[in-house]
Write a new protein. Structure first.
Length: 323
């Protein structure tokens, strides 16, 4: 398939790009900064398109001949209007352009934030109840996606039905070491701060039970490839690890990897039983179940090496890519 990917150089997208190319798909990769990952420009199955989400004409041109769209890039804002214009509106434009171009499958990257506060065993059947603008933007875009079943011929009158399949992935905390030289990592700095404290021998304290169902970008890429190669329509999938990992555990792992480290790692308070997202659907539909620890050691080690290099005064590349 020929697949148009937005956000393909970011934390999740770099691994999705590699996974698609490895399976023989042709990737049309939209990015504002093609020079950040030169490896993608030399890959046979990857064609880099320079542009941004606010350039509909660039996206429309790149959709020509595409079989699918995987929309990962996030348009950000600090006000309700900016979030609406930069993310939900952009996705609505891309949706319509994809349908007009004859695209068969559209995958939107939402977030667990679209559902709001977590309760135990929350699954895809729960209501959308976002608690911030980010979650509201994701929830609103999901509603536009699911409601885009047909056009109107006039006010109050239905027109042509939409042929394109539309599906949604809701990631949780997705971490990533760079997949290729110059590649990306998540924008959250907690892994970095833990690593820097450990190499400097500083003490760390965490609230007991503070953690989540971590998943690596390499793992979540398997969900994207399975979904884009399917015939599913109007489905939502939570994509997280099946196990709960705390920041205390991560810090303890970092200490164990650092011989002679004098840092004291403590957890304060009572942990209690954590609430968990139910991730049975990706297992039931695709046979996928993920252990969040699988790539954790490698990611901690990558952060430790960067922390040591930073302490030594070396210049490091910025691993945070917007798209």
């Amino acid at each position: 398939m020929k697949i148009f990917v937005t956000g393909g150089t970011g934390n999740i997208g770099q691994h999705v790009t590699l996974a698609l190319a490895a399976r023989g798909h042709q990737v049309e990769l939209l990015t504002r900064t093609p020079e950040r990952i030169p490896a993608f420009q030399s890959m046979e199955n990857v064609h880099v398109v320079k542009g941004c989400l606010q350039e509909p004409e660039t996206m429309t041109a790149a959709l020509t001949g595409c079989d699918a769209v995987i929309h990962i890039a996030l348009g950000w804002g600090v006000t309700p209007e900016e979030m609406l214009m930069n993310d939900t509106r952009v996705t609505a434009i891309l949706l319509d352009a994809a349908e007009q171009a004859g695209v068969k499958n559209f995958i939107y990257t939402s977030s667990t934030a679209a559902a709001g506060d977590l309760y135990d065993s929350m699954d895809e059947t729960g209501l959308r109840a976002p608690t911030d603008l980010y979650g509201s933007t994701k929830a609103a875009t999901e509603v536009y996606m699911m409601g885009f079943r047909q056009y109107y011929s006039k006010k109050g009158g239905y027109g042509e039905k939409v042929r394109m399949h539309r599906n949604i992935i809701r990631p949780g905390y997705t971490f990533s070491s760079p997949a290729v030289p110059g590649g990306a990592s998540q924008s959250d700095k907690r892994f970095q701060r833990i690593a820097e404290a450990i190499v400097q021998g500083q003490d760390l304290t965490f609230p007991a039970g503070d953690g989540t169902q971590f998943l690596s970008s390499r793992q979540i890429a398997q969900v994207y490839t399975a979904l884009v190669e399917s015939d599913l329509n109007e489905e939502i999938f939570y994509a997280l690890g099946s196990n709960f990992i705390t920041w205390y555990q991560i810090a303890c792992m970092a200490k164990e990897m650092t011989p002679g480290c004098r840092s004291r790692i403590t957890a304060e308070g009572e942990a209690g039983k954590p609430n968990l997202y139910c991730v049975d659907k990706i297992h039931r539909v695709f046979g996928l179940r993920f252990d969040g620890m699988d790539d954790m050691e490698e990611h901690i080690r990558w952060n430790l090496e960067r922390a040591k290099a930073k302490l030594a005064g070396e210049t490091l590349h910025d691993p945070v890519h917007s798209y």
